[in-house]
Structure formats: C-alpha cells, structure tokens
Design a protein around this ligand. Structure first.
Ligand code: AMP
Ligand code: MG
Length: 269
C-alpha cells in the first residue's frame, strides 16, 4: 500500500512501511510519464517567473534522502526547470567549527531564500535530528528539543512569506546498494563514491526510525513533508514536479500591477 498524495495530515504518524519506494502509480514505464513531467516542468518555469516578478513570496524546497537517494538528481532534472537567476541552492555538509559554535539553525537561517527567490536545501536542518541522532553527535536531551525548534523556525519562515515544502526521497535498501555499486564501477560516477556511505548504510534501520520521527513531528500545515517513492528516478521526477506545481499554484502568484499610466510613456525611436 502506498499513501497518496505522498503525505499525511499534520499530527498523524508516518510509518515508512506504509510507503512503497517502488510505487509508480498509474504510470508503468518511464515513457508513460514523459509528457506529464514535461508539462509540470514548463508550468514550474511559468510560476517561478511570477514569483520572481511579484517579489513578495519565497519558496523553500528541502531535500532529504539516504545517500544515493536522488537529491542531486532531483535538483538537476526537476529544479533545473527554474531560471537560475531566481534560484539559490545550499548544500549542507558536516558543520564547520564556526557553525558548531552557534545554535544549529544559525547557518540554516542565513541560507533562507529572500523574497522572489526559490531556495533549495540539499540536506538541511533535519540533519540535526538525523545524522546527529544516529551517531550521537549531540546528547539526546539536545536533539530532542530540536523538533520544536524546527517547527517554530519553519513557522517563522511561513509568517515571513516563505512557503516551505519538504521532500524525503524514499529509496529501498536494495536500490541503494545498486546505486552505490553503479557509482563504484562507472568512471563518470566514481567521484561520488564515498566509503563513509557504507557506514551510514549499516545504520539503515536507525535512520528510518529517525526519519519517521522527524516526518511525524515536523509535518505541519505551513511546512508539510512528502515521502516520494524514489526507486524509479523518472517517478521521483514526476512526483516531485507535481507536488511543486501544486504548492506553487496555491501561493497566489501574480504578475505585479504595472506602473501607473504605463501607456502614456512615449518610447522614442
Ligand atoms: P554529501 O551530501 O554527500 O555531500 O554529504 C554531506 C555529509 O554532511 C553527509 O554525510 C551529512 O550527513 C553530513 N552533514 C550534513 N549536515 C550535518 C550536520 N548538521 N551534522 C553532521 N553532519 C552533517
Ligand atoms: Mg554523498
């Protein structure tokens, strides 16, 4: 069984076993999804044009996944539809010494998109309740408080006109093994192969538990979580683009009114 449309009402418990990473819905093959995906991407470009012109709201897209889960692929194949002038991508790595000397949201807040912009987080503040929890990088009493801090932070963004949409790209453990092997043997992909990913893979179960709690506790009306079945890359692109179209359609995006008496200006030859 797969929960559709890939999310739950706020307050309900996410159980990943209710989601099937292999799900492709009515679409059986990549080519079946081609037209719809292309339409979605074209629509995203139009909506972003209005977002930028209106300069009133912002959109923040949060991407989380296990290693090889498709975060980079989603950015390339879906968010690639946006005009780069209006997009800012931030990839969150292990915090620097300076970042660690501040509260965990310090580096994140600085990367929040300004009005008119689409911000993309490749990993995010959720790492502070995922990798930090799985590896005991902070005491439990510290990371436990973070769900509330995250909800308050995301509400602050919403109140400031930033629409937040969060994706967990959900692949199976078997699919991850395939993708890691593919990275290992393909010269053009070998640069992505990180032996450390194998250590994370050993803690798959701990990560899934950490994801379930983050999804459940931080799935709010102003910042919903979507669990995207992502074993099939083409379905991931279709589903992510569809959720983004729906999200942006609900944002009340419009071209701004022209300056007064715009017709009255003579444009000399
Ligand atoms: P990649 O996305 O493959 O470039 O890897 C980035 C690495 O940074 C991953 O192993 C993340 O788990 C790690 N990372 C990101 N944010 C944090 C954080 N807040 N604390 C610890 N590690 C982090
Ligand atoms: Mg990596």
């Amino acid at each position: 069984m797969t929960v559709q449309p890939f999310t739950l009402p706020p307050g309900e418990t996410f159980r990943l076993k209710d989601f099937d990473p292999d799900f492709t819905g009515a679409y059986k093959k990549k080519k079946d999804a081609k037209t719809q995906t292309a339409e979605n991407l074209a629509r995203l470009r139009e909506l972003q044009e209005m977002l930028y012109a209106q300069d009133k709201h912002a959109l923040l897209i949060v991407l989380q996944a296990m290693d090889a889960g498709g975060k980079d692929g989603a950015i390339k194949h879906v968010m690639g539809a946006y005009n780069p002038q209006g997009v800012q991508v931030t990839s969150f790595k292990a915090p620097t010494e300076e970042e660690l000397a501040h509260d965990f949201l310090w580096r994140v807040h600085k990367a929040a998109p300004r009005r008119g912009m689409v911000g993309i987080f490749n990993r995010s503040h959720y790492e502070d309740v995922l990798v930090v929890r799985v590896h005991n990088l902070a005491p439990e009493a510290v990371w436990r408080q973070r769900y509330d801090h995250i909800n308050a932070f995301e509400r602050l963004l919403a109140d400031a006109g930033v629409t937040v949409v969060k994706f967990f790209l959900y692949i199976s453990k078997e699919e991850q093994a395939e993708r890691l092997r593919e990275r290992q043997r393909t010269p053009e992909k070998q640069w992505k192969f990180a032996p450390g990913d194998l250590d994370e893979r050993k803690r798959w179960g701990d990560y899934m538990a950490a994801f379930e709690e983050a999804l459940t506790r931080c799935n709010t009306k102003s910042a919903p979580w979507y669990v995207i079945p992502a074993n099939h890359k083409w379905h991931r692109n279709l589903a992510v683009s569809q959720v983004l179209v729906n999200t942006m359609e609900a944002m009340d995006l419009r071209y701004p009114d022209p300056i007064p008496d715009i017709e009255s200006y003579e444009i000399p030859d």
